[in-house]
Ligand binder design. Structure first.
Ligand SMILES: Cc1cc2nc3c(=O)[nH]c(=O)nc-3n(C[C@H](O)[C@H](O)[C@H](O)COP(=O)(O)OP(=O)(O)OC[C@H]3O[C@@H](n4cnc5c(N)ncnc54)[C@H](O)[C@@H]3O)c2cc1C
Length: 352
């Protein structure tokens, strides 16, 4: 089979890159095993701010302006509600935090995202918030698991191959790449944290940060708001809530731990006073990068080998525009933003 692009990996990076190709009528195959990835387990929260530091994320406005209509279009394609525009209610812990919120909400660029008016402490039953809530707007939750499943079934049923690529069996030639019966002009690796095993890109500083989460059921909580206390409590529908997450840079397994569960419950119990039941406990690894910027671009030696990775903690917000940037870089030679371009690590490759 001769195609334009072979995409390796089907988390949100692989899905969003597939969509760039599908829209431009390029031929492609996406290859991934059936196992769940970080994308399936993420809360899917789109939040353009770093709340702890009262800062916008890198290129917040550009990412947000591209992502929101992109997910609307995906929602229309899969004919199911997958993006939920919900405010985040951040629990404030002191008068000082209230003042900091007021200041940040009054000046650009955060005035776009932070509501100056605090939300009263009594607003939500079952939540302890004596110093009221700061409200974040232009935030949302994407139901990644539903979106990935439906996109695969409805939009790319014939382009999807359930298979884990064996890097040793991949042939890279000057004019094409070959894998089993597939001959493609190029290959784009969207492997998330497992990219550390990719011999073409293992020089990149993919660090990895394990996150454990709980899914709980709570009948009395408001489902129209994402709560942010010491951790997130985010509605999933039908009285289920996503609770997370831990950050562990040492343990790189996807095993859940009692320590992780205990930590999550201790944080949750600080602000949730309604009875709840634990339904699930899960863990995955975020593909974080030493300089906290994505990994985008062309292999230093092979012109037809590309990567889209390093989405860190903001993959849902960033991957639509990153996949657009990568597409334009590959197909029409547009420049990548230098902060995201893997050229910044080229010295490491040639030193090895
Ligand atoms: C606990 C937790 C909470 C999070 N919450 C949020 C959030 O609220 N908002 C947000 O924006 N981000 C969040 N994230 C981060 C987000 O999950 C990631 O940024 C994003 O999912 C990364 O997507 P990806 O497609 O790059 O990687 P992944 O989702 O890891 O997908 C990688 C894909 O590549 C496949 N693959 C790997 N190797 C091979 C191979 N050799 N052959 C074939 N396929 C291969 C895998 O099977 C998988 O399909 C969270 C992450 C965690 C762990």
């Amino acid at each position: 089979m001769k195609i334009d692009t072979l995409i390796v990996g089907f988390g949100i990076a692989g899905m969003n890159y597939s969509e760039q190709l599908r829209r431009r009528k390029k031929s492609f195959v996406v290859m991934a095993p059936s196992e769940k990835s970080a994308s399936h387990m993420a809360a899917g929260i789109i939040n353009p701010t770093v709340l702890k530091r009262f800062k916008p994320v890198w290129k917040a406005e550009e990412f947000l302006n591209y992502a929101l209509p992109f997910y609307d279009e995906l929602e229309a394609l899969v004919q199911t509600n997958v993006i939920h525009l919900l405010p985040i209610h951040r629990i404030l812990n002191s008068i000082q935090e209230q003042n900091e919120w007021g200041i940040a909400a009054s000046v650009p660029p955060l005035d776009n995202y932070l509501n100056k008016e605090l939300v009263t402490a009594k607003k939500h039953l079952g939540i302890v918030a004596p110093f009221a809530y700061g409200e974040l707007i232009q935030t949302a939750r994407v139901d990644n698991e539903v979106l990935l499943t439906l996109y695969q079934k409805k939009m790319i049923p014939d382009q999807f191959v359930e298979h884990k690529l064996n890097h040793q069996a991949l042939e890279i030639h000057k004019e094409y790449i070959k894998y089993q019966d597939i001959q493609a002009d190029k290959i784009v690796f969207c492997e998330g944290y497992q990219g550390i095993k990719n011999p073409y890109f293992n020089y990149l500083p993919l660090m990895g940060s394990k996150g454990e989460i709980l899914v709980i059921e709570c009948d009395t909580l408001n489902e129209e708001v994402i709560f942010k206390g010491p951790i997130f409590l985010s509605p999933m529908g039908e009285h289920k809530f996503w609770v997370g997450a831990t950050f562990d840079r040492v343990d790189k397994t996807t095993q859940v731990t009692e320590i992780g569960k205990h930590w999550l419950l201790s944080k949750l119990n600080q602000f949730l006073k309604s009875p709840f039941q634990i339904l699930q406990h899960k863990a995955q690894i975020r593909a974080t990068v030493s300089d906290r910027r994505p990994l985008l671009g062309r292999h230093p030696r092979y012109d037809n080998v590309y990567v889209l990775n390093g989405l860190g903690t903001r993959g849902v917000l960033m991957s639509p525009l990153l996949s657009h940037w990568l597409f334009e870089f590959i197909e029409i030679n547009q420049k990548l933003p230098p902060e995201a371009d893997i050229k910044r690590f080229e010295n490491k490759y040639f030193r090895n």
